[in-house]
Design a protein around this ligand. Structure first.
Ligand code: PLP
Length: 284
């Protein structure tokens, strides 16, 4: 068993021993896309959906992934078995090419696949989190999971310096998403969440929580909501592959939510049961 495992274009090693070519276009332009999820007991969660989104992101940037979807899944599934740890972070990306710096795409090249796998913890559902609002100054292609995350990093650093766990981005009044998760509210018994347009990443975990709410008879409204609506919501939570469903108790120093504890607890329970079930089913 290894402590971590990296992959670049056919080569494997511990991540801190990996070396990649200087001219990989990710270095100059962040010219690539990625996807990421968790593994529990060496089973990767929602792999099909994450790989589908990965291919979709690459296609939107005209990046050619040098493998089929099945080959990417096979590489990830093989790698995840070799790393020690009950809970692992599974990250992969494709960069356009290795070529001298030039804005125009080099001809006749396929992308380079990178993978990194290391131990990590899935978000603890019993923890309630503090957030801060930040104006969303990202570009208008947030539906594509590109490597360009500088505004997200700037915002997260600001949040941590202010003693917060995440940020809520908003464009004017409209809430978009968090720096690395989707944000949702409960109001009058319904789930409200931003629609999947170019301003948010179509979260896989978001889609799962929506499907579960519908199955539990909780109405789902996929419409934009404002910062004020969020501050006055009955409950607020965020979702991502590594934080299945986390409650938010404070935003910008104000207490928020806490008015529909029974419903949010049901959503959290459903999220964890689904993850456990997935591990059990694949393990047989
Ligand atoms: N939004 C952003 C900006 C993200 O980076 C992520 C996850 O990386 C998400 C939302 C949540 O997506 P998912 O549930 O597929 O992990």
């Amino acid at each position: 068993m290894m402590q971590t495992l990296g992959y670049y274009d056919g080569k494997y090693d511990e991540i801190d021993k990996m070396v990649v070519p200087f001219d990989d276009r990710s270095h100059y332009y962040g010219d690539g896309v990625y996807d990421a999820t968790c593994a529990g007991n060496h089973v990767i969660f929602n792999l099909d959906e994450h790989v589908d989104r990965f291919f979709n992101s690459a296609a939107l940037l005209k990046i050619e992934i040098p493998h089929t979807k099945q080959e990417v899944k096979d590489i990830l599934n093989e790698m995840v078995k070799k790393v020690d740890g009950d809970e692992l972070f599974v990250y992969w990306q494709v960069t356009r090419a290795v070529a001298p710096r030039n804005h125009v795409f080099p001809e006749g090249q396929k992308g380079r696949l990178w993978v990194m796998i290391r131990p990590s913890k899935i978000g603890d559902p019993s923890k309630t989190l503090k957030l801060m609002t930040v104006e969303d100054t990202r570009f208008l292609h947030c539906n594509i999971k590109t490597l360009n995350l500088i505004p997200n990093c700037m915002a997260m650093q600001q949040a941590v310096e202010a003693g917060c766990d995440e940020v809520v981005f908003h464009r004017g009044d409209r809430v978009t998403e968090c720096a690395h998760s989707n944000v949702h509210i409960l109001k009058d018994g319904a789930l409200k969440t931003a629609p999947c347009d170019n301003l948010i990443l179509p979260g896989i975990t978001r889609a799962h929580r929506i499907a579960q709410c519908k199955a539990m008879g909780i109405p789902v409204i996929e419409e934009p909501f404002t910062v004020q609506e969020m501050m006055e919501a009955d409950e607020i939570f965020f979702t991502s592959a590594s934080a299945l469903c986390c409650r938010i108790e404070e935003i910008d120093g104000q207490k928020v939510g806490g008015r529909d504890p029974e419903r949010i607890a049901r959503i959290q329970k459903a999220a964890w049961n689904e993850a456990l079930e997935e591990v059990r089913q694949i393990k047989g």
